[in-house]
Design a protein around this ligand. Sequence first.
Ligand SMILES: C[S@@+](CC[C@H](N)C(=O)[O-])C[C@H]1O[C@@H](n2cnc3c(N)ncnc32)[C@H](O)[C@@H]1O
Length: 224
Amino acid sequence: MPTHQSLSGSTDEDLLQRMVDTHADRFGEAFWAFFASAVAPSLPPRPVVIDLGCGPALFLRDVGQRHPSAVLHGYDVTPAMIEYGRRLTGVSLNLVVHDVTAQPLPHAAGSVDLVAMSSMLHVVDEPMPVLAEVRRVLAPGGVFLLQDWVRQPLSVYLAWRRDVLKEPPAEAARRGYRLFPVHNKYTPDDWRWLLAEAGLPVREQTQLRPSHRIFVAGPGALRS
Ligand SMILES: C[S@@+](CC[C@H](N)C(=O)[O-])C[C@H]1O[C@@H](n2cnc3c(N)ncnc32)[C@H](O)[C@@H]1O
């Protein structure tokens, strides 16, 4: 399966550095205010949390700072991401190199309180088996927190790379045209439909950046 890295033409180290550099903007005050109102009230006192495609594990670190009793697991297919996360200090993280498209999650059915997935599911060719695993491991009343790209017009997407990412023109053109079909795969309605089909109906959602939408979903009835 082509990963985000091979599609973008970046190395693992480039993507790792980009995730680290942009983390504070992507997971800023507005994100944590939404998390506090839409996710935290559903968590038990000692929640089991897993992050799929966890990258450098900074989201898990931040969850651990807010919920010190949480048991935190991160999975990523890229060894450099997991190695970075293992060097983080001040928090206990269980980080494992794991391809979510190739192996089941090493968790019992109904044993996880929060599954997070940020900017990852859009690269998966066939999302349904991955979502079925998410639904399998979630506890009744558990939360699936999905944050991912939503479709934008080409002109808006290219302007975002130029003005927000501050990519030099040659790089913006190279990466922009290459990544446009990857980052603009799903509309918000497509994501909601996918989640409902997978038996993970959306309970709440928000959009803090034009490029990404955040969905709070949870186990519900499977559509036949
Ligand atoms: C754009 S990064 C996002 C990282 C992190 N979630 C964040 O928001 O900072 C996407 C991550 O998904 C990982 N990834 C891609 N395909 C994967 C797969 N099949 N299984 C596990 N991780 C995967 C990549 O290695 C990369 O670290």
